[in-house]
Design a protein around this ligand. Structure first.
Ligand code: TYD
Length: 221
């Protein structure tokens, strides 16, 4: 299958990943601002979610008990709607799409964390992310995935002092070790797509690393 590549008209798709407590949010906002300053239109979105339907599915996935397959099917259903309604049109307009989590999170959380069949996830990935307009075997993938990597123990300490946990945030530290392992596997499979950031650092250090990961690609001055 053909991996995703930047649109000829300049659309860019960047995803942000990491275990809960890795501290992605402020940096995603910062990057959105940096792109806007350079005159780029930015679509800021998240998964599961990003459209009215996908946000309803998010509420179910984050709050209701269900088995790993149901969880995987719901996140991929949400992703399908998100791609069709929001991401593909934004890329076609030439926007920079900044997405808080994408399919790597499914491989990490449902695959690594819950132990769900990775081959089945790959099949769903091929079905859901195909873009026939770009070629019969074109599978949409981020042009860059920024992975905020930090030890599960550190993330757990950060989360302990935060708001009431959702279903995933309430998982034990071993779950997040498996999620991290899931991210690592995805990075090993697609090293050129990933920028691994050491998130166990000061906010300013992490920000500089995020900025560098995008500048190296030539997408920001
Ligand atoms: P998160 O992105 O951390 O948002 P917030 O910081 O607002 O809580 O929450 C999304 C949760 O959903 C996170 O715990 C990971 C989980 N998730 C999956 O389990 N599978 C997926 O495919 C995606 C996209 C997210």
């Amino acid at each position: 299958m053909t991996p995703g590549t930047p649109e000829p008209q300049g659309g860019l798709f960047i995803s942000f990943e990491g275990i809960d407590g890795a501290g992605k949010s402020t940096h995603i906002e910062g990057l959105a601002q940096a792109f806007r300053v350079q005159g780029r239109a930015v679509t800021l979105t998240r998964e599961p979610g990003g459209t009215p339907l996908a946000e309803k599915l998010r509420t179910l996935v984050l709050n209701d008990a269900m088995d790993a397959m149901t969880e995987a099917l719901l996140v991929f259903a949400a992703r399908r709607d998100h791609l069709q309604q929001l991401i593909e049109p934004a890329l076609a307009r030439g926007d920079v799409v900044l997405c808080d989590r994408f399919t790597d999170a499914t491989f990490a959380y449902q695959g690594g964390g819950r132990g769900f069949d990775l081959q089945l996830l790959s099949i769903l990935e091929q079905w859901v992310q195909v873009v026939p307009a770009q070629g019969a075997d074109f599978i949409r993938q981020p042009d860059l995935t920024v992975w905020f990597d930090l030890p599960a123990e550190t993330a757990a300490q950060r989360l302990a002092s935060a708001r009431a946990p959702d279903k995933f945030e309430a998982q034990p530290v071993e779950f997040f070790r498996r999620v991290s392992e899931g991210y690592l596997q995805r990075m090993i499979e697609s090293p050129a797509r990933f920028a691994r950031i050491n998130a166990d650092n000061s906010r300013e250090c992490v920000w500089q690393d995020v900025l560098k990961a995008v500048q190296i690609k030539g997408w920001l001055a």
